[in-house]
Design a protein around this ligand. Sequence first.
Ligand code: NAD
Length: 369
Amino acid sequence: MDVKTLNQSQTTTEVFSQLAENNHEQVVFCNDPATGLKAIIAIHNTVLGPAAGGTRMWLYNNEAEALKDVLRLSRGMTYKNAISGLNIGGGKAVIIGDARRQKTEMLFRSFGKFVNSLNGKYITAEDVGITTQDIEYIAMETPHVAGKPESLQGSGDPSPVTAYGVYVGMKAAAKKAYGSDRLTGKKVAVQGVGHVGEYLVGHLAKEGATIYIADIYEDRLKEVSEKYDNVVVVDKEAIYDIDMDIYAPCALGATINDETLTQLKCKIIAGAANNQLKNEQVHADLCRKKGILYAPDFLINAGGIMNVFCEISLPVYNRQRAYEQAERIYDYTLNIFETAEKEQINTHEAAMRIAKERIRAAATLKATF
Ligand code: NAD
C-alpha cells in the first residue's frame, strides 16, 4: 500500500467512525467545480420523518471542521424536532464558503440539485449566512426546501419566530431564577446580531432591558445600536467578562466551555445559537454547579423550525400557528427546569431525556401496522 492509499483509507475510517459516534444515517458530500460548490449534507435520524434543518454557509478553516459542524448540527436537529413535537427527523447542511463574497445563483441552484437527489429525505431551509434570496435559488431546483419568500407562498425568514421563541424561553428562565419573568432592567449580552440576534434585541429593547451586543462585523453593530434603545456595543473578546444577568449566545456554537465558564458571571444562559455547550454533559454540569441556569439551546431556538414545519406540513402556511407553537416554548422550558431540579440533573440532560423518549416511542409505534 503506498502512502496515498494509506491516507485515503485512514480518512475514510475517520469519517465512518465519526458517523458511528452518534449513529448518523447518511452523509452526502456535494462537489461541483463549475459553480465552486463544496457542501456537506448530514442526515442524523429519520425515525420521526424526513430529516429537516437549515443550511449554513461559513468559511471553515478546513474540511474536517465543516464535517464536524454538520454532524453536530444535524444531531441537534433530531432532538430539537423531537422535543418540539414535530414529525420530522434531524438533518443539516453546510456550504463551505464566504457568505459575504462567494454567493452566486448557480452555486445555490447546484446545491438545490444535490438536495433534490435525496428525493425528500432531507428538507433544507435557512441557517447562518443564508437568506430567503438564496432559498429562492435552491427552490428553482428542488421542492424539498422551506423558508421560501412569502411571495412564493413560503414562510419567509424563520428568524423572527426563532427570536420570539428564544425571548419567551429567556423569560421562563428569568421566572425560575428571579421569581418574575420581567426582563426590564436586566443586563443581557447578545453575542451575534445577525438575523436572530437583531430580532431578539428588538424584543429586549421593547421590554426595557439593558443590552450589550458584540459581532465580528462593524456594520451590524452600528446598524443595531442605532436602531434600538439601551444598546451598548462591546468588544467581541470582552463579552464574557462584562457584568451581566443573562448571556444570550446568538452566533456560533461551543461558546460555553471551560474557559468561558470561568469568566461568565451571569445567572442565566439563554440564546439562539446551536450547540452552545462545547461538551454537553461536562459543561451543562458545570453550569449547574456554578448556579447558572442554562436554557437548553435546542429547546428554546426551535421557533424557526416550527415556522418551517408550518410551511411544509400545512396546505397553506399559517404564521399565527407558528407563533402559537413558539409561545409554548415558555411552558416547555419551565417544565424542563422543574424536571431537572426534581431529578437532580442538569437542564440539558432533562431536555434530552424527553426528546429521546419521544423518538423511542415513535419507533415503537411504527413497528406495528
Ligand atoms: P446570522 O448569520 O444571520 O447571524 C450570526 C451573526 O453572528 C452574524 O452577524 C455574525 O457576524 C456573528 N458572529 C459570528 N461569529 C461571531 C463571534 N465570534 N462573535 C460575535 N459575533 C459573531 O445567523 P442567524 O440566522 O442569526 O443564526 C444565529 C445562530 O442561531 C446560529 O447558531 C444558528 O444556527 C442559530 N439558529 C438560527 C435559526 C434561524 O431561524 N435563523 C434557528 C435556530 C437556530
